[in-house]
Design a protein around this ligand. Structure first.
Ligand SMILES: *[C@@H]1O[C@H](CO)[C@@H](O)[C@H](O)[C@H]1NC(C)=O
Ligand SMILES: *[C@@H]1O[C@H](CO)[C@@H](O)[C@H](O)[C@H]1NC(C)=O
Ligand SMILES: *[C@@H]1O[C@H](CO)[C@@H](O)[C@H](O)[C@H]1NC(C)=O
Ligand SMILES: *[C@@H]1O[C@H](CO)[C@@H](O)[C@H](O)[C@H]1NC(C)=O
Ligand SMILES: *[C@@H]1O[C@H](CO)[C@@H](O)[C@H](O)[C@H]1NC(C)=O
Length: 343
């Protein structure tokens, strides 16, 4: 039992992150999921059985080969764009404390996971706390409190960056912003009041164009205000500093994970989560610890209609400025330029 919980404590967060990714999806489309739900990792841990080491990719099913090819295509593209000197300002980022804070460490399975905002920080942490809360706090707290790479010494950081399995997830940058906008400013969960009460008014004060109808901020943040704030390359740093870590929900993947400096093993795509997630678990050697429900194909697909809807009525100038800021994320991960919005 003790081993069981230590295992969950040390690496449960990796599984929880992945599960939470799925949870977000099922939350959005519960009716499509039927009765399937994600399995708690602990329930699947086999006691006293050695954890299988990451298997060499066996050439069995063509789908695995296809997926492997796709992974290599993604990494090659990443490397090509990273090497392009004319995009340097948009793609390179020093491995700062901010980046190291984004990367979670699972020493037992030698995994690093860079947390991208699509994966709800607050919620999965709550799950983890609930999970750990059931056992003796003292012994587990230190080990299981989601160690981040920033908590290690420089040589320990280097060792882990050089040798561990490293991955993160991306999605279409504009869909991500729409999702962040909806989650943080429209839905506004009760436990995150600062988005509506602190961040939204600050953005409105600085970026809302038309003051004649709204002399206050009660009508809430509009997507247009958000777009203008994010596209203001020179001006938004002052607000960003004021917002602190909350900006992780909309700063670029480049700023979050330094994908040109850290040589990630795999970059998962949200749009193909149903294929990527099980393959990544397998590649990371933890597929024995967690099982997946079938994610209905298409549920995470890019929805152009939605993107058009959100950007309709926003000026081309503002959209182009926004794109200029996120162009690195589009290019590095192979997302096509949204010409239908820019031209
Ligand atoms: C990018 O540059 C690095 C270092 O010069 C090199 O090793 C790598 O092969 C290049 N990648 C591509 C795709 O050309
Ligand atoms: C580098 O990026 C620029 C801008 O996207 C592009 O025009 C150019 O073709 C790229 N160069 C290479 C070698 O891929
Ligand atoms: C990159 O940024 C530096 C300073 O931030 C600037 O001087 C330079 O002109 C930029 N280069 C490009 C290609 O935008
Ligand atoms: C302006 O704001 C004040 C209080 O903030 C409110 O009482 C007033 O009705 C508002 N006026 C308009 C035109 O919205
Ligand atoms: C795409 O988004 C639109 C508008 O939000 C929605 O009505 C539609 O059902 C979505 N399409 C798919 C395939 O999810």
């Amino acid at each position: 039992m003790r081993h069981h919980w230590l295992l969950v404590g040390a690496c449960g967060w990796v599984l929880l992150i992945l599960m939470f990714l799925g949870k977000l999806l099922s939350f959005r489309a519960v009716h499509d999921y039927g009765s399937q739900s994600w399995t708690v990792p602990g329930a699947k841990v086999v006691k006293d059985t050695p954890v299988p080491s990451p298997e060499k990719p066996l050439p069995v099913k063509p789908t695995v080969d296809d997926w492997q090819l796709e992974v290599e295509r993604r990494l090659r593209r990443l490397s090509t764009v990273c090497n392009n000197s004319s995009l340097r300002n948009l793609t390179h980022m020093s491995i700062s404390k901010f980046v190291l804070d984004r990367i979670f460490v699972c020493d037992k399975h030698e995994i690093l996971f860079c947390q991208t905002p699509k994966v709800g920080n607050t919620q999965w942490k709550k799950v983890l706390i609930a999970l750990n809360g059931k056992r003796s706090q003292k012994t587990l707290k230190k080990k299981s409190a989601s160690p981040r790479l920033s908590s290690f010494k420089p040589q320990e950081i280097k060792h882990r960056l050089d040798t561990y399995f490293k991955f993160f997830f991306v999605r279409d940058p504009f869909e991500r912003l729409i999702s962040a906008f909806k989650d943080k400013f429209v839905t506004n969960p009760r436990f995150e009041p600062w988005y509506k009460h602190d961040i939204a008014p600050a953005i409105i004060r600085k970026y809302r164009k038309r003051h004649r109808n709204n002399n206050n901020t009660a009508s809430g943040l509009h997507f247009e205000d958000f777009v203008r704030y994010l596209g203001d390359a020179e001006g938004h740093w002052r607000l960003d500093r004021q917002f602190g870590e909350h900006v992780i929900h909309w700063v670029t993947y480049v700023e979050l994970c330094a994908p040109c400096e850290i040589h990630y093993s795999i970059v998962g795509h949200h749009e193909t989560l149903e294929e990527d997630a099980p393959h990544i678990l397998k590649a990371a050697g933890i597929d024995q610890l967690v099982s997946y429900p079938a994610i209905p194909p298409g549920i995470t697909r890019y929805n152009r209609t939605k993107v058009e809807h959100y950007f309709s009525g926003i000026s081309k100038r503002d959209i182009r400025r926004l794109f200029a800021h996120y162009q690195g994320d589009f290019d590095l991960f192979g997302y096509p330029r949204p010409d239908f919005l820019l031209n």
